[in-house]
Ligand binder design. Sequence first.
Ligand SMILES: NC(=O)c1ccc[n+]([C@@H]2O[C@H](COP(=O)([O-])OP(=O)(O)OC[C@H]3O[C@@H](n4cnc5c(N)ncnc54)[C@H](O)[C@@H]3O)[C@@H](O)[C@H]2O)c1
Length: 257
Amino acid sequence: MESKVALVTGSGQGIGKAIALRLAKDGFAVAVVDYNAETARQVADEITQQGGKAVALRADVSDREQVFAAVEQAQQQLGGFDVIVNNAGVAPTTLIEDITPEIVDKVYNINVKGVIWGIQAAVKAFKALGHGGKIINASSQAGHVGNPELAVYSSSKFAVRGLTQTAARDLAPLGITVNAYCPGIVKTPMWDEIDRQVSAAAGQPPGYGTAEFAKRITLGRLSEPEDVAACVSFLAGPDSDYMTGQALLIDGGMVFS
Ligand SMILES: NC(=O)c1ccc[n+]([C@@H]2O[C@H](COP(=O)([O-])OP(=O)(O)OC[C@H]3O[C@@H](n4cnc5c(N)ncnc54)[C@H](O)[C@@H]3O)[C@@H](O)[C@H]2O)c1
């Protein structure tokens, strides 16, 4: 593949990091974007040390200006713009009666508005460059089926699927495809925190929440971040050219849809 440019948000750790490393391996020059500048730099360094091309950029995806600035910088520093992966997300557990306006604002600002700003910034770049591109959004199995104790998170991931479908229809005339990936239970710092909170709420030790959720995994094991990165690799590459508006489940068989 000729050297294309991909930007991955929330790629300082977890799934985003695995996606950045995988896309670099696939031949992309990668903009590693995170609001943690230090972890973003570490991931970009790792890619460079492995012989790839990468830049680290700090941006908070809930801030529209920062997302547009990151896409512009990626385009300037890496010499093009072809793929955006709107991966950054947060997942606090929320019992219905404990949901506060602050939690809703925080989760929706990052998980939903962050995806909208990413889509807009990518469209601006693709138009300026005079070609189409690929937009890839992070949803979840929790965006297909409501998950217990995750009302705000689950609903934000349903919203990402809605955005993905709508943007696919609106942007097809520009040669832009829009798809989403829907992981299950992935071994990342995010999941560790969900497990801690769900286990504590049930009065159980850490690991209890994971064991409860894992009962629903057909393949009988938790996901590695690399399992998800492989799915995103497909969505970022030419083999998915005839696919748009889809939300691919990569969850070991938790949800059949
Ligand atoms: N871990 C799972 O089991 C799982 C399952 C389904 C979907 N997902 C989704 O996959 C994506 C990545 O999840 P993860 O498990 O790797 O999470 P994680 O918490 O381990 O990592 C998230 C990264 O995003 C960054 N980030 C958070 N808010 C940001 C913001 N406002 N601006 C820029 N960067 C920000 C963090 O600094 C961190 O580096 C999320 O959208 C998440 O909802 C995760």
